[in-house]
Design a protein around this ligand. Structure first.
Ligand SMILES: [Zn+2]
Ligand SMILES: [Zn+2]
Length: 263
């Protein structure tokens, strides 16, 4: 499996991904908003885009579909429950479906509601395990729930699906929010030395140069994966967040999500 990350250089800091089969040159484009960028990159590599996959229905992920389909004839894949809102979807996806690219690539679909209620994350179990997390999981953060989402469901997705994935998995999110999110990590956990180090690095290595983190690295800096860390609970009390004496992971997650909305 070859993964090419493409930087849109837009205000929303979108990433697009091309996933290609090295044997056949067939490629799948994830969330190709800047469709020409994707097409040019595929052409430069000698790849043919045969499939487009939208992680969810927001326009900053689907807005390039029509033109890329016109240019390539690619099939469009998206969560079955989001297909009607997206329009032009050829294949509706469900949890456990496997998307194949060429002869060598298999991507497993996770049904990951929370940011929206029709969100797909993709897992690659190959030699380089990878999670394409759309707007569900960002580096050092999670997606907001303000545009059709639900924080309770986002907690379930993070706790019961993402937190259980192998820690060596590399995370490929839909946006580059690392630097900004680390500000929030340090707001709620000011003594997190690892987060400080990553923030220094992200000040220079961002956008097209941003590092690709593993889930292990995420667990050290992403407050939404650190719900039982005493330092985090202490940090929340220090900024006068009202917490019960022994808050559950769900309670901490929901408070963090709420706090992040106005941070
Ligand atoms: Zn979104
Ligand atoms: Zn987005």
């Amino acid at each position: 499996m070859i993964v090419e990350r493409l930087w849109a250089a837009n205000p929303l800091r979108n990433y697009h991904y091309l996933i290609a089969c090295p044997e056949t040159g067939e490629a799948l484009a994830i969330d190709p908003l800047e469709w020409q960028l994707c097409l040019d990159a595929a052409t430069a590599h000698g790849w043919t885009i045969t499939q487009i996959l939208n992680t969810h229905e927001h326009l900053d992920h689907t807005g390039g579909n029509a033109q890329l389909v016109r240019a390539t004839g690619a099939r469009v894949l998206a969560h079955a429950a989001g297909a009607a809102r997206i329009g032009g979807v050829d294949i509706g996806l469900h949890a456990g479906d496997v998307v194949r690219v060429g002869r060598t690539v298999e991507l497993e679909c996770l049904d990951t509601p929370g940011h929206t209620m029709a969100h797909i994350c993709l897992l690659s179990h190959t030699e380089s395990p990878a999670l394409f997390s759309g707007d569900t999981l960002f580096n050092a953060g999670v997606g907001n729930c303000s545009h059709g989402g639900d924080p309770e469901r986002l907690y379930d997705t993070c706790a019961h699906q993402l937190a259980r994935l192998p820690t060596g998995m590399r995370v490929y999110p839909g946006h580059d929010y690392l630097q900004n999110n680390l500000g929030f990590s340090l707001h709620v956990e000011p003594g997190n030395a690892t987060a400080l180090q990553w923030r220094d690095r992200a000040a220079t290595d961002n956008g097209p140069q941003a590092p690709v983190l593993t889930l292990h690295e995420e667990r050290e800096i992403n407050p939404f994966f650190r719900l039982q860390q005493p330092e985090l609970i202490e940090g929340l009390r220090a900024i006068e967040v009202a917490l019960p004496p022994r808050p559950s992971p769900r309670e901490v997650f929901l408070l963090l999500r709420q706090l992040r909305n106005s941070w």
